[in-house]
Write a protein that binds this ligand. Structure first.
Ligand code: NAP
Length: 294
């Protein structure tokens, strides 16, 4: 058996095209969705993520109010900048690219973003809304994964979903989303304290892996026909590549695709969806702004 490859790139392109159409409609009423991405320093992975986000903004016809700051920027300088952006009615989304340099308190910074402009969905108010099921911004990566599952017609109701990883940005919100009545899954979260990981992964109809470690899941740990979503993005040194590295996920793709029913590749699986959902959230924020000001 060979798994169906979930083409995140083309599904993300569909989402982005739909957003771009709605942006051009919204512009006719005088509102241009606008996102400010704040990048501090020049961490190579962050620089590359930010350039991907900015490219998507441009393609969607949105306004890009991104700001690049030197590594030496103080916490107070970032907080003041965020306050200005919070007050600016023409800015609908604010995103701080993580990680921040170690002299800056990341929590303090992300918590200073207005929940109504928190298009990453990381603010405790939006996390609370996710928990209680109220309307709020959903974190882009987990939300993008639900879109992949829907587009591939993967049944979620009554299914066993196992999430490997309990981070605030992927694992926990992913589990909370799948728990919603809308998806109706039975959810298990695994982490480094989990004994015999494969006892859990083998029961998964949908296995979502966000451990940040290559080969956390191998073919022998997967139930035949399961949908395997690999969130991991790991840089492996590779002298044959111009960049000096290649990307791999947290799942052994070559082995896993022989057992799984569906699988996301890395790159080209979950990654493109994260950016697509970011511009989706920015559009939603601009629409909310318009509704409140009409
Ligand atoms: P993280 O904060 O490092 O969290 C990793 C989680 O995995 C932790 O909860 C950890 O458990 C658990 N874990 C690690 N090794 C494990 C193992 N062998 N068995 C079971 N659990 C294990 O990472 P993250 O921010 O969630 O990101 C995870 C991966 O996704 C990274 O590779 C990241 O680059 C990638 N990512 C990709 C996207 C995208 O758009 N494609 C977006 C975000 C993240 P403990 O809590 O016990 O330490």
């Amino acid at each position: 058996m060979s798994a169906k490859i979930i083409d995140g790139k083309s599904i993300a392109a569909e989402v982005k095209a739909d957003v771009a159409k709605k942006v051009s409609e919204l512009k006719k009423s005088g509102v241009t969705p606008c996102l400010a991405v704040i990048l501090v320093g020049n961490n190579p992975a962050s620089v590359s993520y930010v350039s991907g986000k900015r490219k998507a903004l441009a393609e969607a016809g949105m306004e890009d109010r991104s700001i690049e700051l030197p590594e030496s920027t103080t916490e107070q300088e970032i907080l003041s900048l965020i306050q200005k952006l919070n007050e600016d009615k023409t800015v609908h989304g604010i995103l701080v690219q993580l990680p921040l340099p170690s002299h800056i308190d990341e929590k303090k910074v992300t918590n200073s973003i207005s929940p109504e402009k928190d298009v990453d969905g990381f603010h405790p108010v939006n996390v609370g809304r996710l928990v209680t099921g109220e309307k709020g911004f959903l974190p882009c990566t987990p939300n993008g994964i639900t879109v992949l599952l829907k587009k591939m017609n993967v049944e979620t109701s009554g299914k066993n979903v196992v999430v490997v990883g309990r981070s605030n940005i992927v694992g926990k919100p992913m589990a909370l989303l799948m728990l919603r009545k809308e998806f109706n899954s039975t959810v298990t979260i695994c982490h480094t304290g989990t004994k015999n990981l494969s006892d859990y992964t083998k029961k998964a109809d949908i296995l979502i892996v966000a451990s940040g470690r290559p080969n956390t899941v191998t073919a022998d740990m997967i139930k035949e026909g399961a949908a395997v979503i690999d969130v991991g993005v790991n840089r492996i040194p590779d002298s044959t590549k111009k960049s000096g590295f290649r990307l791999c996920g947290d799942v052994d793709f070559e082995g896993a695709k022989e057992v799984a029913g569906f699988i996301t590749p890395v790159p080209g699986g979950v990654g493109p969806m994260t950016i697509a959902m970011l511009i989706f959230n920015t559009l939603e924020s601009a629409e909310n702004f318009k509704a409140q000001n009409d």
